[in-house]
Write a protein that binds this ligand. Structure first.
Ligand SMILES: C[S@@+](CC[C@H](N)C(=O)[O-])C[C@H]1O[C@@H](n2cnc3c(N)ncnc32)[C@H](O)[C@@H]1O
Length: 240
C-alpha cells in the first residue's frame, strides 16, 4: 500500500454560526459527535452510525473550502448497505482474512468485517472527515479498525486477502480508476467484492452478481425507501 499517513485535526471547539475556513484546530470529531445522531442501520441488528439530520449543519464541516468533499460518510448508501448485509449473513467471506474497505465513508463495511471475524481491517478514504467519522462509528459499535487517509487507486495492490468496496462506482472517472485497481488486485490473487445499487458507471459486464437485497439508499431520498442492490465479485480475466 502506498500510504499517505492519516492526518487528523486536533482538539478544540467550534461554536460559530457562520461557515469558517477550517483550520488544524477544528475538531471534526467533536462536531460529528455533537451534530449528528447515532442511528440504527436498517437490516443490521445492533449497528448504529452517526447520521446527518436536518439540524446537522454539515456545511460548517467543510468551512469555506470550495473543494471540500461531499460528506458521503454522513448518510447510508445502498452499496455499503448491501455489502454489509451480505457479509453479516456470510461471515466466512472475511473470517480469518485481512480486509481493505476502500472508500469506507461511515466505516460501515469495515465495522461489519471486524464483527464477522476478519483478522485485520484497514478502512481507507480520501475524505479526512470520513476517517474521523469511521473512527467514531467503530468506537460506537465497540470495534477497532485501522484507518487510512489515502487514495490507493493508483498504487500497487495492497497486502490483504480481500478488498471490499461499497458504492464506489458513482462517477465515471472514479469507476474507471477503481476497476483498473481492482483488476490489478485480482491479478495478484486478492478477492474483490463490490456492493452497488446498479449505478450507471457500475461495470456490470465485468462483474458477477452473487447476491441481491433491497436496501435503503440516501441517493433515493431520506424517507427510507429501498432500492435493489447487488453484491458483485470480480473474476480474474481468463487466459486466452
Ligand atoms: C458513496 S460513498 C460510500 C461510502 C461507504 N462505502 C458506504 O457504502 O456507505 C463513497 C466513498 O468513497 C470515497 N472515495 C471516493 N474516491 C475515493 C478514492 N479514490 N479512494 C478512497 N475513497 C474514495 C468517498 O470519499 C466516499 O466516502
Amino acid at each position: 500500500m502506498h500510504d499517505k499517513t492519516e492526518r487528523m485535526t486536533s482538539v478544540s471547539t467550534d461554536d460559530g454560526t457562520q461557515p469558517q475556513k477550517r483550520t488544524s484546530s477544528f475538531d471534526a470529531s467533536a462536531f460529528i459527535a455533537r451534530n449528528l445522531r447515532l442511528s440504527p442501520v436498517p437490516g443490521l441488528a445492533n449497528i448504529q452510525l452517526y447520521t446527518a439530520h436536518s439540524g446537522s449543519r454539515l456545511s460548517r464541516l467543510g468551512g469555506t473550502d470550495p473543494d471540500a468533499p461531499a460528506p458521503y460518510w454522513a448518510y447510508g448508501w445502498g452499496g455499503g448497505a448491501v455489502l454489509a448485509r451480505h457479509i453479516a449473513e456470510n461471515p466466512d467471506l472475511v473470517h480469518g482474512r485481512r480486509v481493505l474497505d476502500l472508500g469506507t465513508g461511515s466505516g460501515l463495511v469495515a465495522i461489519i468485517a471486524v464483527k464477522a471475524g476478519a483478522t485485520s481491517v484497514v478502512a481507507a478514504d480520501i475524505d479526512e472527515n470520513a476517517i474521523v467519522a469511521a473512527r467514531l462509528n467503530a468506537s460506537a459499535n465497540g470495534v477497532a479498525i485501522d484507518l487510512l487517509h489515502a487514495d490507493l487507486l493508483d498504487g500497487a495492490p495492497p497486502v490483504v486477502d480481500i478488498v471490499l468496496a461499497g458504492d464506489l462506482f458513482y462517477d465515471e472517472a472514479l469507476a474507471k480508476r477503481a476497476l483498473a485497481f481492482f483488476e490489478s488486485c485480482r491479478a495478484t490473487g486478492i478477492d474483490v467484492l463490490i456492493g452497488d445499487p446498479y449505478r450507471v458507471p457500475l461495470p456490470t459486464a465485468r462483474l458477477r452478481c452473487i447476491a441481491e437485497y433491497s436496501v435503503p439508499d440516501f441517493g433515493l431520498g431520506s424517507d427510507g425507501s429501498e432500492v435493489r442492490a447487488g453484491v458483485f465479485s470480480l473474476d480474474t480475466v481468463p487466459d486466452r
